[in-house]
Design a binder for this molecule. Structure first.
Ligand SMILES: *Cc1c(COP(=O)(O)O)cnc(C)c1O
Length: 366
């Protein structure tokens, strides 16, 4: 048997395919290709679902980060803090607005941004903004970060690309805070389009207005140019079609995470703390191995027996060339990177899959 990392076959079932085909037929018939009625419908429903006042659909998740930086008034040369464990787009967005990256260290158990390191980096480097990442779908410590950032007037942009379905410690959904919260709807994310799309959630009317102007070439403000980061109507239609099913799929991911935790708890691997079982969106199911060498061994074995797995992330951001000279703290991130392996995670993992993975794990770990 094999266990693929993703399962688009079951996710995009007959019913969904037919629904999307119909919607796309209608879009073609009406020549309504960009920012149509499904954009408005999705924005309204998604904002409501995540507990935010506004949702602004955009072309992709990296644009969502860049446009958040611009909306907050981040200028060339300003310093922005980014945690050491994330997909590199979190830092790329900072470079793309000509701001400078400062590395912030992470929690050794989760890879989430560390509030203490954040405060040190704010003081040392006069950060104007930070980009905490809800990495793997785990909720970053937003309440603690808000307390720190309020003291120094530092803006917070939550990179929530992996966290559709995640809840903060206060039990409310990611997106309901008073920060700018960015999403990606890249096809592999929990809620994915059939191509690229992204969004920013905000409770702030003024910021929402600014974002609307920026995403459509500055239209609506005679004094400014913007850019094109519109979300096309077909992607919005796909998101509208998928939205009603997402809550259930996220619950199924949670059940899979529980099963993995139960099955793997006696092996010599480090699982994520139990406290995240309920709050995480389980975009990914990561676990840590004792060494990089062992991770490579597990990866090779899994490849051979047909278990999809990925070492997110093989290096800390500081060891990636474009930002390896940037200052900051990164000891924990460096030690964390490379030892983490992510197991297949999607709503359709069966008990049999989990058992197979456990048995294959035992063979490599000895
Ligand atoms: C996917 C992802 C992004 C980028 O989203 P795109 O839609 O691919 O631009 C940014 N940050 C994180 C953490 C991601 O996982």
């Amino acid at each position: 048997m094999t266990v693929p990392f993703y399962n688009f076959h079951d996710l995009h079932d007959e019913e969904l395919r037919n629904q999307v085909k119909e919607m796309i037929g209608e879009i073609i018939d009406n020549n309504a290709f960009v920012e149509g009625k499904y954009n408005a419908e999705f924005e309204e429903k998604f904002a409501k679902m995540q507990g935010a006042k506004h949702c602004l659909l955009l072309a992709n998740g990296t644009d969502a980060l860049e446009i958040s930086l611009l909306a907050y008034g981040i200028k060339p040369g300003d310093k922005v803090g980014v945690p050491g464990i994330t997909f590199h787009a979190s830092a790329e967005a900072v470079l793309n607005v000509n701001a400078e990256v400062v590395h912030i260290d992470v929690d050794p158990k989760t890879g989430l941004i560390c509030p203490e390191s954040t405060e040190r980096m704010i003081k040392e480097h006069d950060l104007k903004a930070i980009i905490p990442v809800h990495i793997y779908g785990l909720n970053a410590p937003i309440a603690e970060l808000e307390e720190v950032c309020a003291k120094y007037d530092v803006k917070i942009i939550e990179d929530s690309a992996q966290a559709q379905g995640t809840f903060y410690k206060n039990g409310k959904p990611v997106g309901s805070s008073n920060n700018l919260v960015t999403f990606s709807f890249y096809p592999t994310k929990n809620l994915g389009a059939f191509g690229d799309a992204g969004a920013i959630l905000t409770n702030d009317d003024e910021l929402a207005k600014k974002i609307v102007v920026i995403r459509n070439h500055g239209r609506g403000d005679d004094n400014a140019y913007g850019r094109n980061s519109r979300c096309d109507h077909m992607q919005a239609a796909v998101l509208v079609a998928k939205l009603p099913k997402i809550e259930n799929y996220n619950l199924q991911r949670k059940e899979v995470a529980k099963k993995y935790h139960e099955a793997l708890k006696d092996l010599s691997v480090q699982l994520l703390p139990e406290e995240y079982i309920q709050s995480s969106s389980w975009h990914l199911y990561p676990l840590q191995l004792e060494s990089v060498a062992l991770r490579e061994k597990v990866q090779a074995h899994f490849k051979e027996v047909g278990i999809g797995c990925t070492p997110f992330y093989e290096s800390a951001l500081v060891d990636q060339k474009p930002i390896d000279k940037c200052p900051g703290e990164y000891e924990v991130a460096r030690n964390f990177a490379g030892k983490t392996i992510c197991l297949p995670m999607h709503p359709f993992i069966t008990d049999e899959d989990v058992n197979f993975i456990k048995e294959e794990f035992k063979k490599v770990l000895g």
